[in-house]
Design a protein. Structure first.
Length: 418
């Protein structure tokens, strides 16, 4: 890392793009510098037409980056600048910048920096109301939100172009306050499960009928993967036992891939002794072919083919049985029902002796990007509003952390499970 980037103060990278609101970035810089935050400013070419880099340089007391290879000592400036920063905040963020970032472009310094970042990213859009409400911009903003970018504003009011409506950049004070609040939340979230070991199952299972066919379900694994990621972000050591899904492994998570319900059960039982919390998110097959054929089953002349199925191991129920006398793991179950969600979920929670069960509508939850759930515990039913699975996962981690009471050293009954 270049010497000028080494600082013990908190540091924010402020990106400025081409918009009349660029002048407000000067005030934002001043606010942060006054609050003891180091500000590294990166400007697009268009931004330099609205405000002089010299102004930002004077206010930040640091060099201002204006082009891809500017001042680069090692040709890796676009990566180095964001390393160790608390956040990248792009204010104002133009419609064009949002479009490029939503596509993952890296054809100028600021976009490349955003693509190569490890830190949280915020954008404060500023544009004409028609540009903001255009379906293309709204699509790009939805994409960015789904990619974890926090979108601050815009406000409504009189716009620089004279029109009135949504599109005005938030005030520098509002942006600074929102960034601080998010970073404080993230810092608090990051310690919720510190030192805890979380074991999860996710995705469907696949039960072989013969070497090429099998029984499975439509579970995407998204909820379980989002929970694994959130638990890791909350400081836990996370092991994720995943059925056959094509999802990337969340960073910081150890993944064990399995195929069948029996494989999943074996993997859970092999890892459970090291776990403090078990979350069964997987849609495990309840039945599997009793005797999978060794060779591909041939089409017969008869009209029907009969498969004999046998029940699989109920992993959660089995864990409850093992824990009956001395609870060792805080167990959380999921239940996807097509009707009577709360009542059926509660019956399942009792049957599987779970302190917490998360119930949802199967037709809403499976393969979707968002979900609406009801938490069921000894105190009753607690519905949560519909939200994106990434946000929901963070909320569920908070709920689990709040209910989780570490075991006493003798390892018995300290959690008050009924
Ligand atoms: O009984 P049902 O399959 O609806 O229960 C759902 C919950 O039980 C989920 O948490 C799921 O991961 C878990 N489960 C399990 N092993 C099974 C079946 C379900 O752990 N064989």
């Amino acid at each position: 890392m270049a010497d000028h980037m080494k600082t013990s103060q908190p540091r924010i990278v402020l990106g400025i793009t081409g918009s009349i609101a660029a002048y407000k970035a000067a005030e934002l810089t001043r606010l942060w510098v006054k609050a003891g935050i180091t500000v590294d400013v990166v400007m697009t070419e268009a931004a330099c037409r609205f405000i002089a880099p010299l102004t930002l340089q004077a206010l930040s007391g640091r060099p201002v980056w204006t082009a891809m290879w500017d001042g680069s000592q090692d040709g890796m400036q676009h990566i180095a600048l964001s390393r160790g920063a608390q956040a990248i905040v792009v204010a104002p963020a133009s419609a064009d910048f949002l479009a490029r970032t939503a596509q993952g472009r890296a054809d100028e310094a600021l976009s490349a920096l955003c693509l190569a970042r490890e830190c949280p990213m915020f954008v404060a859009p500023a544009m004409n109301v028609q540009m903001w409400t255009h379906p293309a911009t709204q699509r790009n903003v939805a994409r960015l939100r789904a990619d974890g970018v926090k979108v601050l504003g815009p406000d409504s009011g009189e716009l620089a172009c004279g029109e009135i409506g949504e599109g005005r950049m938030l005030s520098p004070e509002a942006i600074a306050a929102a960034v601080s609040a998010h970073l404080a939340d993230d810092a608090a979230f990051g310690t919720l499960l510190a030192g805890r070991r979380v074991l999860l199952t996710a995705g469907p299972t696949f039960e072989a009928i013969d070497p090429v066919r099998g029984l499975t379900n439509r579970s995407s694994g998204k909820m379980g993967f989002a929970l694994a990621q959130a638990a890791a972000q909350a400081g836990a050591e996370v092991t994720l036992i995943a059925g056959p899904v094509a999802l990337p492994t969340p960073s910081g998570v150890t993944r064990v891939d399995v195929i069948s319900a029996q494989d999943m059960a074996d993997a859970v039982f092999a890892h459970i002794d090291r776990a403090d919390i078990f979350i069964g998110v997987a849609a495990v097959a309840d039945y599997a072919p009793a005797a999978p054929a060794a060779q591909k089953i041939k089409k017969e002349t008869s009209d029907t083919l009969t498969l004999t199925l046998r029940p699989t191991v109920d992993i959660l129920a089995e864990l409850a049985k093992r824990d009956e006398r001395a609870p060792k793991v805080f167990r959380v179950g999921f239940a996807a029902e097509t009707q009577d969600i709360a009542a059926l979920g509660e019956a399942k929670r009792r049957r599987k002796h779970l302190p917490l069960l998360i119930a949802n509508r199967a037709q809403d939850a499976i393969n979707a990007d968002d979900n609406e759930v009801i938490l069921l515990d000894d105190d009753g039913a607690h519905p949560l509003p519909r939200m994106d699975k990434t946000l929901l996962a963070r909320r569920l981690v908070e709920e689990i952390a709040r209910r989780f009471v570490p075991l006493s050293p003798c390892g018995r009954g300290a959690r008050g499970e009924g």
